[in-house]
Design a protein around this ligand. Structure first.
Ligand code: THG
Length: 367
């Protein structure tokens, strides 16, 4: 095998040394960084998220900081979700769209103060995008990437672990809400969030020199709960219907196509980027929608590298944008991005190399 060298082009996470020491076996690139994607026991790592508690290096979820008198105006221009009632200490899952209404990222937006916001981004360059929009609109706001690196603690026992570190107040946090605090002198933001439906928290480390210290602190606090290393888990997130921007979306996907219509408010101000296009798409109805696909057969099929064609009655109707063997459903399942006239219950065929796999379209989430 070859070796990959972390450099400024492939920036190491503050938790890099700790995850390598914990036995990280594979990585992906995301926002020009490396993220661990496995520690050698895929099924054990999955059940730990479902039944226990798991510790993830998600420093690749970079923050784009908006700071200054126009920070709130810029945040609203960037997102077609109504932010007028967002409180300090509240996060919101938002769609970022371009002028054509195409989804270009799906971050969590944290409001730290009236003049301070973080966009906790998926894998596309929102730093450049936000700076360009701020400059073109003549806004009084500074856009930067701060030294902030999230670690996720996910699973039904995550609350006990984080409460043992931070105190019982974390039990009262509502979904996506957060508070700034310190853990043994290390500045962090503690949020109830994370890319699983098993419950959990994210610690946004605000001092990149303290990655190893924070990792070990969480590992020690988690020991009574049998915490172990893990990562954003493909099986859990597909079962739970969570979107992976850039994985389940292409260069023409709008929010309505991928179940994000509930995060688009058509009556936001006219200066919100893409809102004209989104109003038109909403009125006309979008071309595609996202359903589940449950494949025939009860043994694992090797997952593909890229989207697979979906056919109905021999005609191409869309793509399977991911798939995985579900440990809970004991079926191969995936997301189908298919034309509007496809419906739950339809039988389809999936072209997977030399295989043709029959499947049934279903509602999302699967579980
Ligand atoms: N945490 C943080 N930053 C992130 C992610 C994260 N940045 C990148 C990526 N993940 C952003 N994408 C998502 C996608 C889905 C959810 C969160 C971030 C999510 N969705 C729930 C759902 O769809 O059911 C809840 C949405 C809601 O009801 O508001 O949680 O994970 N820091």
């Amino acid at each position: 095998m070859f070796q990959i060298t972390p450099t400024s082009r492939l920036r190491p996470s503050p938790y890099y040394a700790a995850t390598v020491a914990a036995g990280a076996k594979s990585f992906i690139t995301y926002n020009h960084m490396l993220m661990p994607t496995g520690y050698g026991d895929p099924e054990g790592e999955y059940w730990r998220i479902i039944n226990g508690v798991s510790q993830w290096d998600v420093a690749v979820e970079r923050q784009v900081q908006l700071k200054g008198p126009d920070a709130g105006r810029l945040a609203q221009m960037l997102s077609p979700r109504d932010l007028s009632k967002q409180k300090t200490g509240q996060g919101k899952y938002v769609a970022l769209c371009n002028h054509a209404g195409t989804l270009i990222n799906d971050p969590v937006l944290l409001k730290l103060d009236d003049d301070l916001y973080w966009l906790s981004i998926a894998d596309s360059n929102i730093l450049f995008w936000s700076r360009a929009i701020a400059a073109e609109r003549g806004l009084d706001v500074e856009v930067s990437e701060p030294d902030v690196s999230p670690m996720a603690i996910q699973g039904p026992k995550a609350e006990d672990v984080v409460a043992s570190i931070c105190g019982d107040w974390v039990r009262e946090l509502r979904l996506f809400w957060f508070r700034r605090t310190e853990i043994e002198g290390i500045p962090v933001v503690v949020a109830r969030s994370g890319w699983s439906k098993q419950g959990g928290f994210e610690l946004y480390l605000m001092d990149g020199r303290k990655g190893t210290t924070l990792w070990h602190l969480v590992r020690e606090a988690g020991r009574p709960y049998d915490i172990g290393p893990g990562n954003p888990n493909a099986c859990e997130r597909i079962e739970s219907g969570l979107l992976s921007w850039g994985g389940d979306t292409d260069d023409a996907t709008n929010p309505f196509e991928v179940r994000m219509g509930r995060f688009v408010n058509l009556d936001v101000p006219d200066d919100v980027i893409g809102i004209d296009a989104l109003r038109r798409i909403s009125a006309e109805g979008s071309r595609r929608h996202q359903l589940g696909a449950v494949m025939a057969g009860d043994t694992p099929i090797e997952a593909p590298f890229w989207w697979l064609p979906i056919l109905r009655d021999g005609r191409r109707v869309g793509d399977l944008t991911n798939f995985v063997w579900s440990y809970r459903l004991k079926r191969n399942i995936g997301f189908a991005l298919v034309s509007r006239d496809c419906a739950v219950g339809d039988g389809v065929d999936i072209a997977h190399g030399d295989l043709t796999i029959s499947a049934e379209l279903t509602e999302l989430p699967f579980i």
